[in-house]
Design a protein around this ligand. Sequence first.
Ligand SMILES: [Zn+2]
Length: 297
Amino acid sequence: MDTAYQNFFREIKKGNKNQGYPKFKSKKDNKHSYRTQCNYFKNKVPSIEIKENKIKLPKLKWVKFKKSQEIKGIIKNVTISKVPSGKYFALILCEVSESQKINKSLNNIGIDLGIKDFVITSDGEIIKNPKYYHKYEKKLIKFQKQLDRKQKCSKNRNKQRIKVAKIHEKITNTKTDFLQKLSSQLINENQVICLEDLQVSNMLKNHNLAKAISEVSWYKFTTMLKYKAQWYGREIVIIDRYFPSSKLCNICGWKYHDLSLNIRKWICPECKTNHNRDINAAINILKEGLRLLNYNT
Ligand SMILES: [Zn+2]
């Protein structure tokens, strides 16, 4: 509250007439969260502690909770949040001193991101999009329709709102889990990972729903790869989005100028190689990435 008032008066002093008077936090808002610092006073127990399935929080004392992973290092702060389905989460920020770097890998990989298949690698591996979405999508549409028919502000409407929120949560969780596992695996197995740059700025203007959904996942996935590479001492090379990864023959370099989107397989007229469009693109991405890496070092 003090910060809110200080900001308010500072802006008024500056002559900002649009500065609104501090408001109470909205309870209708779907986002409920607060952050609490862990204090380490001399000769006193820290204000936040964790013991097996319990967490001690300031004001709340010991609360039962379920760990998603082992908590290592010194606890700096905890963010408690309530998601729309009514569950509470604790996000624990810790300081870890030990180096997490893993042994150097001899493998390098190029990755092409797709819509039908999520990832195509230069090793020829095709990783499909998980099927969860379709399964939950139908349910979501049904529940959403039921929600729209419920009377505003009624108890039943709130019950239905939680049902819808739970499905959204399920979709997000399974998606994140898939992306986390895949990014960890790629980081584990490869020293250098080459990817294409994404046109994220155009993401919201996209009218193709399947593409829009994929792009959100690609963005998340790239972010995960980047921070994990930093943790474990790997390298990520981003290729210019105008690099013609699909059009070049990865064997002889011949360029297929008018390659259209519906052509999934083609034969190079120069060297007679049979190409799978996406795998060829992934190999070119790897080659270009390694070229850039050598150029820069
Ligand atoms: Zn060729």
